[in-house]
Design a protein around this ligand. Sequence first.
Ligand code: NDP
Ligand code: 8X3
Length: 251
Amino acid sequence: MAIVLVTGATSGFGEACAKKFAANGYDIIITGRRQDRLTALQQQLQQEHNIAVLPLCFDVRDQHTVSEVLNNIPDNWKAIDILINNAGLALGLSSIEDGDIDDWEGMIDTNVKGLLYVSRVIMPWMKARRSGHIINLGSTAAKQVYAKGHVYCATKAAVDAISQGMRIDLLPYRIKVTAVHPGAAETEFSAVRFKGDKEKADSVYKGFQPLSAADVADTIYYCATLPAHVCINDLVITCLQQANAYYFDKE
Ligand code: NDP
Ligand code: 8X3
């Protein structure tokens, strides 16, 4: 059966993708930093579906570990058909002069460099098989910059550019690349951005019905299961009450 690797499968879109692909018979490699969540998800997916699950606990910011962990998986798991580069985060929301430099490093290292580290290991395996599909999680923040979002928006614009570059690099190998750009979706994203301030995180989703993680996973699954000759290169998805990164019509 086909194999999917999902980075950041311990929460939100990544977890929803793991569940969606598992329900459709895919074997899944799930990754993240929280081992307890990886173990719980592995058990759940294996109990509910007749599939194999390989949990890998690592931090995508650590280039050496990314390379070591991935290169040491059993050979039969290296035939990855779909790579979902989803691990990512926003940290803080402030003007540049008030910005926290550690937050900037965290976003750039995770959203840009981490995605590159993982892809660099897996792309040669796909190229050797002349087959595969890489799906990168951008954001509406890749398309427009919103107030105080500068560095996060920049990292997602980088994901957009990297996705276009990957598409060109991988074209001769018939490997698909899709950038999926969701708008506001209720996951742990805002709790992480506001460092556990639940009130602030909840307020992000007041006055409109945001996307759910399952909405995004369903869309990713659609992109991944189109006929072999069809590739969605770039896809923006928002809830009904959001037009772009900064324009909402809230109740
Ligand atoms: P969540 O916070 O719910 O999930 C983020 C996932 O990324 C977690 O599984 C987390 O796992 C993983 N992750 C974060 N940092 C690292 C790291 N250094 N190493 C390994 N894994 C890491 O957020 P979402 O599901 O909402 O976000 C998923 C992606 O979608 C992100 O790239 C985000 O920027 C993007 N996005 C989110 C939107 C939203 O409104 N929610 C909209 C548009 C895009 P762990 O903590 O266990 O390491
Ligand atoms: C996450 C969505 O609008 O908070 O990329 O930046 S937003």
